[in-house]
Write a protein that binds this ligand. Structure first.
Ligand code: NAP
Length: 256
């Protein structure tokens, strides 16, 4: 299938490592131009090298509206267009009800959902011109909970709600907005989280065995494959959807 993503300029927040890294790599393989917004030096450079320069790495940890406005302006200054936005950057920062504070909760929301809105806001005029697509990477924790991570989960839930809200608001511009919902994907963030258990390998094995399809984690490449499809014109009549790429983890019976 030709996804017709050649030369499309796609912003990918957190696009150097993990799920975002796989999406950037997939875009490069399709001949698209990822704008990788991510503080990770080494991985960002590797991707630009892989793309033989047909990619832009903006070394930035998004937080404020000015951060988002700045990266959108840099992308437009270099390429003059934006065809897609992948809101992906996030951190499961463990701000719970017991181990947390109101200040930490608000900061977690800003870190995890603030820049989803900021990037969409500042990229909107360019996306209207290109009739582009927005993809929000959420998490199954938005619908299952996880415990001890109120800020992250509230942000992930907000991303699902905003997907529907923006899909409606942007209908007149033919801008499609979808959410992709992963569950268990072995990425640098996941590796850090699993290390927080007393027996990380046992815990990883236990979780993998509970994934209904093939008793294994989803790969970042499997997430990226759906992301590329949703960004492409092959998904031209799909909008406002929450798409679970999780081997059945969220919806199928895990006791079997
Ligand atoms: P990851 O391994 O930590 O990779 C994320 C990348 O984004 C890292 O390079 C990180 O840099 C960067 N980043 C983090 N915050 C940023 C910010 N504010 N601005 C710019 N870059 C930022 O994470 P991942 O597991 O791939 O997760 C990606 C997305 O998938 C997140 O939204 C996460 O909630 C979602 N998700 C993941 C899983 C999973 O199983 N892995 C499950 C459900 C949902 P640093 O490393 O320097 O922070």
């Amino acid at each position: 299938m030709d996804l017709q993503l050649q030369d499309k300029v796609i912003l990918v927040s957190g696009g150097a490592k993990g799920i975002g890294g796989a999406i950037s790599r997939g875009l490069i393989e399709e001949g698209a131009i990822p704008v990788i917004i991510d503080p990770s030096d080494v991985e960002g450079k590797e991707l630009v090298d892989l793309a033989k320069g047909k990619a832009l790495h903006l070394k930035k940890r998004l937080f404020s509206p000015a951060d988002a406005e700045g990266v959108v302006q840099e992308a437009l200054a270099k390429y003059g267009r934006i065809d897609g936005l992948v809101n992906n950057a996030g951190t499961n920062d463990g701000v719970g009800l017991e181990k947390g504070s109101p200040e930490a909760f608000l900061q977690s929301l800003e870190k995890n959902v603030g820049h989803y809105y900021f990037l969409a806001h500042y990229a909107l005029e360019a996306l209207k011109k290109s009739k582009g697509a927005i993809l929000n990477i959420s998490s199954k924790t938005a619908v299952t909970g996880q415990g001890n991570t109120s800020g992250y989960v509230a942000a992930k839930g907000a991303q699902l709600a905003l997907t529907r809200e923006w899909a409606v608001e942007l209908l007149p511009y033919h801008i499609r907005v979808n959410a992709l919902v992963p569950a268990e994907v072995y990425t640098p963030m996941y590796a850090t989280w699993i290390q927080s258990f007393p027996n990380p390998e046992e815990k990883l094995d236990e979780i993998s065995r509970r994934v209904p399809l093939q008793n294994r984690m989803t790969t970042a490449e499997e997430i990226a494959a759906m992301a590329l499809f949703l960004l492409s014109q092959k998904a031209s009549h799909i909008t406002g959807q929450h798409i679970f790429v999780d081997g059945g983890y969220t919806h199928l019976d895990r006791a079997l």
